[in-house]
Design a protein around this ligand. Structure first.
Ligand code: ARG
Length: 246
């Protein structure tokens, strides 16, 4: 009998240890979202508040899950580490699903189609992405734009902390083009005279939310919430609020 109790005790201690190692955000009241709020219309500041498509999707997901949402702004290339180290529960930042990022985080189902596009000054000799060879190209550090432009033959890549800073450099002729996601590109071009977006996309991609590798419970919960938001039309409603159809 004594032996049996000892074994039972050992098993339960082991089980609780295993349980401790597994991080589930679902035990918490507040979920922390890591983002980089330099990316209109997905996340940007209005006064002190971070608003945008990702902020609203995250709020809707938290509402579904009965959680409070706390948004933390950081450099884009810190988000994956913040999520994988457990500093943040999830990352929502117009983040493209890539094989490389999948080595460090889990992605939820995708919630948006996206593309990298090329912004040039009106009258530029760059007419298609192929013309980028040998040019000086601005990107936001650590983004897919940065990753893919680094493969362009003979190109010089200028990396900025904010996409907007790359656009500023283009306006002052320090660089020849900016490669950035389509929706922020549209916002930047609208806000500044003399810029155009090339018709041909540089790449096509998809956005998803990132969670830690051992946080598959949260991944599942977010996927369920996302499915509901897609089905109810709430997701489209949020997108339509920020992106007007052409
Ligand atoms: N979609 C690109 C990527 O995943 C850029 C995302 C930048 N997002 C941001 N919030 N600054 O690399």
């Amino acid at each position: 009998m004594k032996k049996f109790v000892t074994v039972l005790l050992a098993v339960s201690v082991l089980a609780s240890l295993v349980g401790c190692g597994k991080k589930s955000s679902l035990d918490k009241d507040t979920l922390v979202m890591a983002t980089n709020a330099e990316f209109p219309p997905y996340e940007y500041y209005e006064g002190d508040e971070i608003i945008g498509i990702d902020a609203e999707i995250a709020q809707a997901i938290c509402d579904e899950l009965g959680k409070e949402l706390k948004i933390e702004d950081m450099a884009f290339d810190s988000i994956v580490t913040a999520v994988s180290s457990g500093k943040a529960d999830f990352g929502a930042a117009g983040m493209t699903v890539t094989e490389d990022r999948k080595k460090n985080v889990l992605f939820t189902d995708t919630y948006a189609q996206a593309s990298q596009v090329v912004i040039v000054k009106e009258g530029s000799d760059i007419a298609t992405p192929d013309d980028l060879a040998g040019k000086t190209i601005g990107v936001q550090l650590g983004t897919t734009g940065d990753i893919y432009v680094s493969d362009v033959e003979g190109a010089t890549v200028e990396r900025y902390n904010k996409g907007f800073e790359a656009v500023q450099s283009l306006l002052t002729d320090k660089i020849d083009a900016v490669v950035i996601d389509q929706e922020p590109a549209k916002v930047f071009v609208q806000e500044n005279e003399g810029l155009v977006i090339l018709e041909e996309h540089f790449t096509d991609e998809e956005y998803a939310i990132a969670v830690a590798k051992d946080n598959d419970e949260l991944q599942k919960a977010i996927n369920e919430a996302l499915a509901k938001l897609k089905e109810s039309g709430k997701l489209d409603e949020i997108v339509a609020k920020y992106i007007t159809a052409e």
